[in-house]
Design a protein around this ligand. Structure first.
Ligand SMILES: Cc1cc2nc3c(=O)[nH]c(=O)nc-3n(C[C@H](O)[C@H](O)[C@H](O)COP(=O)(O)OP(=O)(O)OC[C@H]3O[C@@H](n4cnc5c(N)ncnc54)[C@H](O)[C@@H]3O)c2cc1C
Length: 495
C-alpha cells in the first residue's frame, strides 16, 4: 500500500472496512478486517506491543490478501493465537494477525476419528467439538486456552511417558506461505515442510488448517499424594513415571515435600474434584498477598511456601485428594497469577541430579554440592517447581525444532516465579541465570515459548542439529522476511 492508500484507509473504521463489498484500499472484493490502536499483551502482562494493524481474517482469501499486501509493502506478520506464550514471541510493531474468527471444523473423517480444523480454534473449543463426537484429545498441557496452531508452534507438552507433545496429534498442516501459496504437508506429502512446520514459531508462514487425530473420549481417575522429596527421588528410577498413564510432580523446595499427581483411564462414575484452598477467593487473595509481602521481605518466602502447602494439601504423607473427571478437566489446572516461567527439557535420567543440585543451591548449599558457580544469597523462589515428562523415542521422525530427546524420555523442569499484583519478584534474573547454568550442564534445551534468559544462537545451533536446515528452508520460503520476527532474529536466525 502506498502512503496515499494508508491515509485513505485510516478514514474507515474496521467495521466499515469489513462491510465494504468493494474495498477501495485493496482494490478487491475481499474484506480486509483491520483495526488500528490494538494494544497487545501476553497472558501474564509481561510483554506489550502496539501493532500497526491488527487483522482478524475470516476466510482463506482474506488471509491470502493480508499476506500478499504485507509482502508487497515490506511489512512483517506475526500471527498470535491466545497470546499465552510467556515471552515476547508474539510482540510486533508491524502487522498482527489473529485467527480467532477462523476456527471452525472444516471436515470430519468418522472412521479414522480425524477432524480438519481451521487453525485458530482454541483447545477448549476443540475439546467441545470432540466431545460432541464421543472423541477427545490424547494428551494435554495445563490449560486449554491456547489456539491449536499456537500450541503446536511452540511444542506445548503435557506429562506422560505414554505420549509425546501435543504436536503428535497433528497429522497434517496447511500453511500459507509468504508467496500467498497454500501448501499442504504431512508425512505423505511435503514431508520436510511438515517436520519443519509442526514446531515453527510463526516463522514459516500462517498455519491455516490442521488435521487432528482424536482418540475415543475417556475419563480419568486421579489422585494426588504428598511425599517427602527424597522419597520421590528414590521412586524416580523405579515406577514413579510409569505407574499410571499421566503423572506429574510439583516440587516444593522449602517444604521438603512434593506432590505426585497421577491419573489413569477409568469407567468409574464421575466424581468432583475436592475443594481447593487457593481456588476460593480468600485463599487466592491471601496467597497472592503473602507472595507480595515476600517481594519486600524475601526471607519470608520459605514460611509462605510451607503455610500455603499446608493450607492447600495438609502436611503428613499420603493421599490428599482424588476425583474422576473428563480428560480435559482432569488434566488442566488453575495456573493462578501472572508469572515468569522458565522451563527446560533435560534427559529424564538426569532428573534426580538436577533436583538434588538445585535443592542444595536454593537452601544454602552448605556442603557445596550444587556445582552452580553463582551465589544464592538473597534468592528465595516460588513453588511448585513443575516436574513433567514426555517420551517421543518411538516416533520415527520428530519435528525439527522438538526439544525432546532421541535416546530416552524427556523431563521438563519449570521454574515458575509469580508476579503478585504484577510486581516482579526480586532477583528473578539471578535465579534464572543459575537455573539455566544447571540446565545447560545437564544438556538442557529451553521451552520455546518461555522466559529463558541466557541461551544464545550458538547454543541453539548445538542443541538442534536441524536448526540450520530450518533456517535455510525459512529463507527459501520467505526471502523478503515477512515472517522473520524480532524474536527469531534475536534467538535463531543467522545475522
Ligand atoms: C497459564 C499457562 C499455562 C501453560 N501451560 C503449558 C503447558 O502445560 N505445557 C506447555 O508446554 N506450555 C504451556 N504453556 C505455554 C503455551 O502452551 C504456549 O506458549 C502456546 O504456544 C500458547 O498458545 P497460543 O495460542 O497462546 O499461542 P501464542 O502465544 O499466541 O503464539 C505462540 C507462537 O505460535 C505462533 N502461531 C500462533 N498461531 C499461528 C498460526 N496460525 N500459524 C503460525 N504460527 C502461529 C505465534 O506466531 C507464536 O510464535 C502455558 C502458558 C500459560 C500462560
Amino acid at each position: 500500500m502506498d502512503p496515499q492508500a494508508y491515509s485513505e484507509f485510516y478514514k474507515y473504521t474496521s467495521d466499515q472496512i469489513s462491510a465494504l463489498s468493494w474495498n477501495p484500499i485493496t482494490q478487491t472484493h475481499t474484506p480486509f478486517r483491520a483495526s488500528l490502536n490494538h494494544r497487545h499483551h501476553t497472558w501474564a502482562k509481561t510483554h506489550f506491543s502496539h501493532p500497526e494493524l491488527y487483522l482478524r481474517p475470516q476466510s482463506l482469501p482474506e488471509i491470502k490478501l493480508i499476506v500478499t499486501l504485507a509482502r508487497q509493502n515490506g511489512k512483517k506478520i506475526i500471527v498470535v493465537g491466545s497470546g499465552h506464550s510467556p515471552s515476547d514471541l508474539t510482540c510486533t510493531s508491524s502487522w498482527m494477525v489473529n485467527l480467532d474468527d477462523f476456527s471452525s471444523v472444516v471436515a470430519e473423517r468418522k472412521d479414522e476419528m480425524q477432524l480438519e480444523l481451521e487453525a485458530g480454534i482454541r483447545l477448549h473449543q476443540l475439546a467441545d467439538e470432540l466431545e460432541k463426537r464421543g472423541w477427545a484429545m490424547p494428551n494435554l498441557g495445563s490449560i486449554t486456552a491456547q489456539s491449536v496452531a499456537g500450541a503446536i508452534a511452540t511444542n506445548t507438552h503435557g506429562s506422560s511417558l505414554r505420549h509425546g507433545t501435543l504436536a503428535q496429534a497433528i497429522i497434517g498442516i496447511t500453511l500459507m506461505l509468504a508467496s500467498g501459496e497454500s501448501v499442504k504437508c504431512s508425512t505423505m506429502e511435503n514431508k520436510d515442510l511438515y517436520h519443519a512446520a509442526l514446531v515453527s514459531l510463526g516463522g514459516l508462514g500462517i498455519i491455516t488448517h490442521v488435521t487432528f487425530q482424536a482418540v475415543p473420549a475417556y475419563n480419568l481417575k486421579w489422585h494426588q499424594d504428598i511425599i517427602k522429596t527424597p522419597n520421590m527421588l528414590e521412586a524416580w528410577n523405579k515406577d514413579l513415571w510409569t505407574r499410571e498413564e499421566f503423572v506429574r510432580v510439583w516440587w516444593f523446595p522449602y517444604s521438603g515435600r512434593s506432590i505426585i499427581w497421577q491419573a489413569d483411564k477409568t469407567e468409574d462414575p464421575l466424581r468432583e474434584r475436592p475443594p481447593s484452598w487457593y481456588a476460593a477467593t480468600l485463599g487466592r487473595f491471601s496467597y497472592e498477598f503473602l507472595l507480595y509481602l515476600a517481594t519486600w521481605v524475601p526471607p519470608f518466602m520459605p514460611i509462605v511456601e510451607r503455610y500455603v502447602f499446608y493450607m492447600q494439601y495438609g502436611w503428613g504423607e499420603g493421599e490428599t485428594g482424588n476425583a474422576v473427571q473428563k480428560s480435559y478437566e482432569a488434566l488442566t489446572m488453575d495456573c493462578l497469577f501472572s508469572q515468569f516461567v522458565n522451563e527446560w527439557a533435560i534427559p529424564l535420567e538426569k532428573g534426580p541430579e538436577a533436583i538434588t543440585r538445585l535443592q542444595a543451591w536454593l537452601t544454602g548449599d552448605a556442603e557445596n554440592i550444587s556445582g552452580i558457580p553463582f551465589s544464592s544469597r538473597g534468592i528465595f523462589v516460588h513453588a511448585p517447581i513443575e516436574v513433567r515428562v514426555s517420551d517421543t523415542t518411538l516416533q520415527p521422525e520428530k519435528p525439527w525444532l522438538d526439544q525432546s530427546y532421541h535416546s530416552g524420555p524427556t523431563l521438563y523442569l519449570n521454574a515458575t516465579l509469580y508476579r503478585p499484583f504484577h510486581r516482579n519478584p526480586p532477583e528473578w534474573e539471578r535465579y534464572y541465570e543459575a537455573f539455566e547454568y544447571l540446565m545447560k550442564e545437564l544438556g538442557g534445551k529451553p521451552h520455546w515459548a518461555k522466559n529463558f534468559t541466557t541461551a544464545t544462537k550458538e547454543e541453539f545451533g548445538q542443541m538442534y542439529p536441524k536448526l540450520g536446515d530450518w533456517c535455510k528452508l525459512r529463507e527459501e520460503l520467505d526471502p523478503q522476511g515477512v515472517f522473520r520476527s524480532g524474536w527469531l532474529e534475536r534467538n535463531l536466525l543467522p545475522e
